[in-house]
Design a protein around this ligand. Structure first.
Ligand code: GRF
Length: 208
């Protein structure tokens, strides 16, 4: 069912849940752009939780360490159900991963299939995975970039919504290159999220 009538460029009534693990500069950009973030969920203690609190946004930690941590003992499905429980409690319509370091499993896609977005610091399908910036540098490419895509069960593999190139400089380190990529992500991700909302992710996850 469709929610209340909204102008196509309005974000009114849509509730975003943002997933973070790190410094949260992309989260900051989403908040600065006025996107309707109702909860920030982290999988580990991180600056992203502080940013949420500073902005008066609910901040919840679903700590991986209480689900077996980072090794083979990690209970990924149980952890994923914990994240879904938090998102459900905050009536989230659209899930936005912003530097989230855990791959979510089927319970998340059962609840939010097609409504989980991710930004990745490479031009997918090139350089998927956790070390995309280092891998691009090691491969000696002249151009890399970032990709906003719909998250699916396979990591860094869902339908691409937006991409933008970033030139690699001869003196780049992974840190300098990643920062230039993130400058683009901080602009491209909010704009793409607005486009997704305008295209029809409404309250309750309805499409129009
Ligand atoms: C971004 O480059 C994102 O694509 C990657 O992690 C980075 C997050 O940056 N998955 P920040 O923590 O928001 O500064």
């Amino acid at each position: 069912m469709a929610g209340p009538l909204r102008r196509a460029d309005s974000v009114t009534g849509v509730r975003l849940g943002v997933l973070v693990s790190g410094t949260g500069t992309i989260l900051e950009a989403l908040l600065a752009e006025g996107l309707p973030v109702v909860v920030v969920v982290a999988d580990r203690p991180c600056r992203g939780l502080d940013i949420a609190a500073e902005h008066g946004v609910a901040a919840e930690l679903v700590d991986r360490r209480t689900f077996g941590g980072f090794g083979d003992a990690f209970e990924r499905d149980t952890f994923t159900r914990g994240v879904v429980e938090v998102l459900g409690r905050h009536d989230v319509d659209l899930v936005v991963m912003a530097g989230f370091g855990t791959v979510l499993t089927r319970p998340a896609h059962d609840a939010y299939g097609g409504r989980i977005l991710n930004t990745h610091p490479a031009l997918l399908p090139a350089f998927p995975g956790w070390h995309a910036v280092e891998d691009a540098l090691a491969a000696g490419v002249a151009v890399t970039g970032c990709t906003v895509h719909v998250a699916t069960l396979d990591m860094d593999a869902g339908p691409v919504l937006a991409q933008e190139e970033v030139a690699v400089r001869p003196d780049d380190t992974a840190a300098t290159l990643h920062e230039r990529i993130k400058e683009v992500e901080r602009r491209l991700y909010p704009a793409t999220i607005r486009r997704v909302i305008a295209a029809g992710v409404g309250p309750g996850g309805s499409t129009r």
